[in-house]
Design a protein around this ligand. Structure first.
Ligand code: ATP
Length: 208
């Protein structure tokens, strides 16, 4: 059985955060505290700024104002977060298992072996296939397997259920619940229902 990574006590603190694109301010004055073991679902209409907020939290967009800090995380243990965006980062002529091994080498190895991660996301029988031959939903599953092979406490997931079937939706919820049980945190932009009891919801741009 695969041993589970357990994270130390962690807290994400966001104070007075404003973010946007170009001259457009999409979100102003956001205060937020999220402790290990908890998740936040970002909801809101198309274009309301969910992806922008995730990119800002990931450090890929500069905040217009405010601060983002991560209490309890020791940088010596590696980066604090995984950002899983719309693109699956899958390349032709690289096998499914090779792709996962590549990401594991780049992001750092944990206790879960790549083969076990592929089994977990339902790709056990596709390990030797060219990754570009995977269907859209299977490519999404491969992107999710990256989260499992390189443990990081904060998961920032942008539409993780995109292209997934109903069993895949349940898989995403189960993976997040397991991550929270390990003391991890997750912030998830989604238009889909996700059955995660510990999750609170932040709606951007008015009711979804
Ligand atoms: N690179 C960019 N330059 C300028 N504006 C952008 C850029 N990327 C996105 N935007 C704009 O920022 C706004 C917010 O987009 P964002 O992707 O954050 O919304 P979202 O809530 O995630 O939407 P969706 O539900 O469609 O995924 C949109 O009006 C979009 O056109």
């Amino acid at each position: 059985m695969t041993q589970r990574q357990v994270f130390p006590q962690l807290r994400l603190n966001v104070h007075g955060l404003s973010c946007g694109r170009g001259d457009a301010v999409l979100l102003e004055g956001l205060d937020l505290a999220l402790d290990g073991g908890h998740a936040l679902l970002l909801r809101g209409p198309n274009g309301s700024g969910k992806s922008t907020l995730l990119l800002t939290l990931a450090g890929l967009l500069r905040p217009l104002e405010g601060t983002i800090t991560f209490e309890g995380h020791d940088e010596e243990n590696g980066p604090a977060l995984h950002y899983c965006g719309h693109r699956n980062a899958v390349r032709a002529r690289l096998g499914v298992l090779e792709t996962l091994n590549f990401w594991r080498a780049l992001n750092g190895a944990g206790t879960m072996e790549p083969e076990a991660a592929l089994e977990r996301v339902g790709l056990g029988r596709a390990a030797l296939l060219d990754a570009a031959y995977l269907s859209a939903g299977q490519q999404r599953r491969l992107a999710l397997a990256r989260l499992l092979v390189s443990p990081r406490p904060l998961w920032l997931l942008d539409e993780p259920t995109a292209a997934l079937d109903s069993e895949g939706h349940a898989l995403v919820a189960a993976l997040v619940i397991e991550h929270l049980a390990s003391g991890g945190l997750a912030i998830i932009a989604t238009h889909d229902p996700l059955d995660i009891a510990a999750a609170e919801t932040l709606t951007l741009g008015g009711p979804a």
